[in-house]
Design a protein around this ligand. Sequence first.
Ligand SMILES: Nc1ncnc2c1ncn2[C@@H]1O[C@H](COP(=O)(O)OP(=O)(O)OP(=O)(O)O)[C@@H](O)[C@H]1O
Ligand SMILES: [Mg+2]
Length: 251
Amino acid sequence: MAEIIAVANHKGGVGKTATSVNLSAIIASKNKKVLLIDMDPQGSSSSWIGSDNKSDSLYNSVYNAAPLETEKTEFKNLDIVSGSYSLATVENKITGTKGSEFNLYKSILKLKEKYSYIFIDCPPGLGFLTVSAISASSGILLPLEAHPLSLRGIVDMKRIISAISSRSESDVDILGIVPCRVHTRRALHKEVMESLEKSFPNKITPVIRENVSLAEAPAHCKPINIYAPKSNGSMDYKKVAAWVMKNTGGV
Ligand SMILES: Nc1ncnc2c1ncn2[C@@H]1O[C@H](COP(=O)(O)OP(=O)(O)OP(=O)(O)O)[C@@H](O)[C@H]1O
Ligand SMILES: [Mg+2]
């Protein structure tokens, strides 16, 4: 049975896509079947992984719980459900339809046996797509930039996750907080990490340092463990992947 993990933060540009793509690829390289679902209408994780499939499968899933069409990637054990621009229009069409945020969950249920992990790369914001992804998940990974103001953002995310959990059968919660684009030498870093650890004990994953290979990898359509296996970015994401596997019993 798959562990379903939404990678979400309402703030843009914090490392959601980098975290979704690289954790999916690294865990897939450990002989686990992994599915990456690209919920962002911009399709960033689809293009990073080399998929230009613009099918409306995901749109149809969030709209009316239609079956998801998965696609193999060139990377062993890693499948993808691509995002498409049509996802951007679903929110307007669906407003007010009761229970529609569970459509994606219903579609994913049919795939749960096939995979060990399903990662959902969310768009920025807390709209219908992010709410659908959280409603379908067993745990949330929250990438953030290690900055004092980010703490306030986690509180907002926690509030929405609790609200979703209270009206669904699952008890979805934050699985981990992933500090991304970290400059370990900055004085601020230590301060922010200490207050994160204090506020969310046992929820803070190893950090992802700012790393140029991570910024380059999407243009080469390769996850970091394949594009630059010896880079800091690859080492850091491997540590986070091990943390995720340990904390979900998938070791
Ligand atoms: N650790 C890192 N070091 C250097 N660059 C990074 C790192 N992580 C992400 N980036 C780069 O920062 C930008 C934002 O990262 P990413 O796309 O993963 O964020 P996001 O939260 O998915 O953004 P959006 O909200 O727009 O979907 C990208 O250009 C990415 O290549
Ligand atoms: Mg993104």
